[in-house]
Write a protein that binds this ligand. Structure first.
Ligand code: MG
Ligand code: MG
Length: 313
């Protein structure tokens, strides 16, 4: 099943790499001001006009400049599981994904969200690939890490939905988390196919009619890890700013869950502009190993997603 006309290889590659690197850039930029209020950010960065706009690390995690957090490294773990599954004859195997999350967690990541940790521990103890539906699972952890699934299932819309929900529910089994994971993934699919900002705005308007909790106009200015706040912030800033850098700076200066809102705006805006248009001054600060892993994965996942019958499981 293919609901979208995909552009020729080099353009699709540029958008896919732009999305993945954009996600990491947003994570690295936003982590500096995660959990801060806009007022606190303005005060801390008064020496540069009250605006945080450089990849400098720090923040509550005391990161080196250019280091990413769980938003990016969970994507890398998920992407690796999809590629290993394909190589081992177990395409899109949910248990391989859960095992990859366990390995990621045991490697002591710099950060791990509460709901992600609870889901991983449940899988370790019970072996279950999803918990019961839980209204408390409304964090943004499942939606933030779905990019590799979008790439790996690009030519199969049904596989995209099935694998997105499977990976999401390993840690988050909640209606708004499901809707956000699918919605942001659907928007990313359209951007990879060449949708522009007007196309994206039309899609978002139709989507919030189906999911009114996520309506983002008028924008309420909330950017917490609650997935409704996160998606409202992401859609508002992505659609309000055509330029990648402007969109990311506006997003992360809202504070709160700034690495995750930054990562998701970076993903969407990076797909819109392509890797070649990403700011060099930011890319040059990004951790070299992360850039290499993302570049390798983006190519391999895209090849997987465009191969016939890649998502048979
Ligand atoms: Mg994070
Ligand atoms: Mg975060």
């Amino acid at each position: 099943m293919n609901d979208i006309a995909w552009p020729p290889g080099p353009r699709l590659w540029d958008r896919a790499l732009g999305a993945y690197l954009g996600l990491a850039l947003g994570d690295a930029l936003g982590a500096t001001v995660e959990f801060m209020t806009p007022r606190e950010i303005a005060h801390q960065f008064a020496h540069q006009g009250g605006v945080h706009r450089h990849i400098v690390g720090g923040g509550w995690l005391k990161l080196p400049a250019g280091q990413v957090t769980d938003d990016t490294t969970m994507c890398l773990a998920l992407g690796q599981a999809l590629l290993a599954g394909d190589a081992g004859g177990r395409p899109c195997d949910t248990r391989l994904i859960a095992d990859a999350f366990v390995a990621w967690w045991r490697a002591r990541p710099v950060d791990c969200g509460h709901t992600c940790q609870r889901g991983i521990v449940r899988y370790l103890r019970e072996g279950t690939l999803q918990g019961p539906r839980n209204e408390g699972d409304g964090g943004n952890g499942a939606a933030m890490r779905n990019l590799p699934v979008v790439l790996a299932t690009l030519s199969d819309a049904a596989a995209f939905e099935r694998v997105s929900l499977a990976q999401a529910r390993i840690t988050h089994h909640q209606a708004q988390s499901d809707a956000a994971t699918l919605g942001l993934g659907q928007l990313l699919r359209r951007l990879l196919a060449g949708a522009d900002t007007a196309d994206a705005a039309a899609w978002a308007e139709a989507w919030v009619c189906e999911h009114p909790a996520f309506r983002f106009t008028p924008y309420r200015g909330r950017a917490s890890a609650y997935v409704v706040d996160t998606v409202q912030t992401v859609l508002h800033h992505f659609l309000a700013h055509e330029d990648f850098e402007t969109a990311l700076v506006a997003t992360v200066n809202r504070g709160e869950d700034a690495d995750t809102t930054g990562a998701l705006v970076g993903m969407l805006a990076g797909a819109r502009c392509g890797a070649r248009a990403l700011p060099r001054r930011w890319l040059s600060r990004l951790n070299r190993s992360v850039v290499q892993q993302i570049t390798d994965q983006a190519g391999a996942l895209l090849a997987l997603g465009m191969a016939p019958q890649a998502q048979a499981a």
